[in-house]
Write a protein that binds this ligand. Structure first.
Ligand code: NAP
Length: 480
């Protein structure tokens, strides 16, 4: 039985567009059309909200344990189908198979974690302010949730939202990226096989994201919007959600600084920078966008880092040993090209790369740039590609000021062996996530999220489920 059908998943049924319209899902490595997927109109999206609204009271009334059993079954099925999901992710998104495999495990870990967290939703009994009163605060699910997700982690960005929503008793309408709807549909099919009832999880496929977004944000039955994507679209959804005062979580863009101090362990810093910069061909929100290296270690770092970068294999994600797959689409490639061109025109030097790779039109050669400064576009914008710009600094204060000089505040990293400096810099960086002597920070057990224009709310960890709960205060009058 196939893992998905190329249509929307609404109320436990596969639903095509009434018009019969479809859109192409393209393998970015080859340019081949993998699938033609139903292109639903915004009006058809209302059916998914209807289904989620109808399913909500029945799902919410279950015990946390009953919901946990279903989630646990979903987790097991994701693992049973890990190889199919891995190949699907690589086909529609392009990342190397090893990374896609890692995403399946990472994505499934949220299902497992929140199956457990759902059983630990506690309220409070508060000391009353009067002798004849008793005060409670209970937690209840928000209601219908709209989850709008990006293409760069087509599985994990869904489970990171849907698992806490379902565990807390909410029902969900997913709107995946038009670039990667297939993994989303496969995940819904597995949820259905796991016994998660019809209407609890719905997935709407369509090309007209702004129109679908307007339906999801204007329908008063949707009580929560959870979005991962660009800051630009996040702001639109924030504004639209204000009209009906929805609860909202926004996981938006980043401009991560990666600071290497003179006293860093050089090998560890190079390892960290390679992982942090080049994972997913640099298309992650937490990947190093600016590498800041202190003058005493700068030349050594550039040499050791570049020696690793030039050995990276650029190839279709399905090719054995591929380190760098294609960029997602022509727009993504254009942005990378423009950023590099801009930096070179303003005085940067390409130590390696700086051009399209012969593997195909969407492949970009891993690039190291030195002599980068704050006048260049890549200093203030997300490049979202395999380009490592290196800035030189002299003092800690200078590094911190440079690092914080951005409207973003998602992830930041630094490498040092000095304990006092560790605390000083950790506290001074204006970011939601700090990696210290490591380039990999994502895990289901920790609160992931940004400050400033990188977003609102946290996903993962004990904090992740709070986003899907309301607190209801009860004041009970008693006879003394
Ligand atoms: P995007 O263009 O903002 O799209 C994200 C999602 O929003 C897609 O499903 C997209 O649909 C949809 N969308 C686009 N315009 C919309 C609108 N007006 N109303 C409602 N939905 C709309 O971002 P992306 O290019 O897919 O993803 C890359 C961005 O995501 C980067 O900035 C990255 O940093 C960020 N990101 C952040 C995190 C985090 O946790 N903070 C994680 C991953 C990625 P279509 O694709 O169909 O247009």
């Amino acid at each position: 039985m196939p893992l998905y059908q190329p249509v929307s998943f609404i109320n436990g049924q596969w639903e095509g567009a009434i018009s019969g319209a479809t859109f192409d899902v393209i393998n970015p490595a080859t340019g081949d059309v993998i699938e033609k997927v139903a292109d639903l109109s915004a009006a058809e999206c209302v059916k998914a909200i209807d289904a989620a609204q109808e399913a909500f009271p029945k799902w919410a009334v279950l015990t946390a344990k009953e919901r946990a059993v279903a989630l646990r079954c979903w987790f097991n099925l994701i693992h049973e189908h890990a190889e199919e999901l891995t190949h699907l992710i690589t086909e529609e998104m392009g990342k190397p198979l090893t990374e896609a495999r890692g995403e399946v495990v990472y994505g499934a870990s949220f299902v497992d974690w929140f199956a457990e967290e759902g059983r630990r939703i506690y309220g409070d009994v508060i000391a009353p302010h009067m002798a004849d009163k008793r005060i409670l605060a209970i937690k209840q699910p928000v209601g219908v949730v709209a989850a709008i997700t990006p293409w760069n982690f087509p599985l994990a960005m869904i489970t990171r939202k849907v698992s806490p929503a379902l565990a807390s008793g909410c029902t969900v309408v997913i709107k995946p990226s038009e670039d990667t709807p297939l993994t989303a549909l496969a995940v819904c099919e597995l949820a259905s096989r796991a016994g998660i009832p019809a209407g609890v999880i719905n997935c709407v496929t369509g090309m007209d994201a702004p129109a679908i977004g307007r339906v999801l944000t204007s329908d008063t039955r949707v009580r929560k919007v959870t979005f991962t994507g660009s800051t630009q679209v996040g702001k639109i959804l924030y504004r639209q959600s204000a009209e009906s005062v929805k609860k909202i979580s926004l996981e938006l863009g980043g401009n991560a600084p990666f600071i290497v101090f003179d006293d860093a362990d050089l090998d560890a810093a190079v390892d960290g920078a390679i992982l942090c910069k080049f994972r997913n061909a640099g298309q992650t929100c937490v990947c190093a966008n600016r590498i800041l290296v202190q003058s005493g270690i700068h030349d050594q770092f550039v040499k050791a880092f570049t020696a690793r970068v030039v050995t990276m294999k650029v190839a279709d994600g399905k090719t054995k040993g591929s380190d760098i797959g294609p960029l997602i689409n022509a727009d993504g490639r254009a942005k990378v090209e423009e950023h590099v061109k801009d930096a070179l025109s303003k005085g940067a030097t390409a130590i390696c790369g700086g051009h399209i790779h012969e593997a195909g039109p969407l492949f970009y050669t891993p690039t190291v740039l030195t002599g980068v400064n704050t006048e260049m576009r890549m200093a203030s914008e997300e490049t979202f590609g395999p380009v490592a710009p290196i800035y030189k600094f002299d003092h800690d204060e200078e590094a911190i000021a440079l690092a914080n000089d951005t409207r973003y505040g998602l992830a930041a990293y630094f490498f040092t062996e000095d304990l006092s400096r560790t605390f000083r810099v950790y506290e001074a960086l204006d970011y939601g996530i700090i990696g210290i002597n490591t380039g990999i920070i994502s895990t289901e057990v920790a609160p992931f999220g940004g400050v400033k224009e990188s977003g609102l709310g946290r996903e993962g960890g004990p904090h992740g489920i709070e986003e899907f709960l309301e607190t209801k205060y009860g004041c009970i009058g008693i006879k003394p």
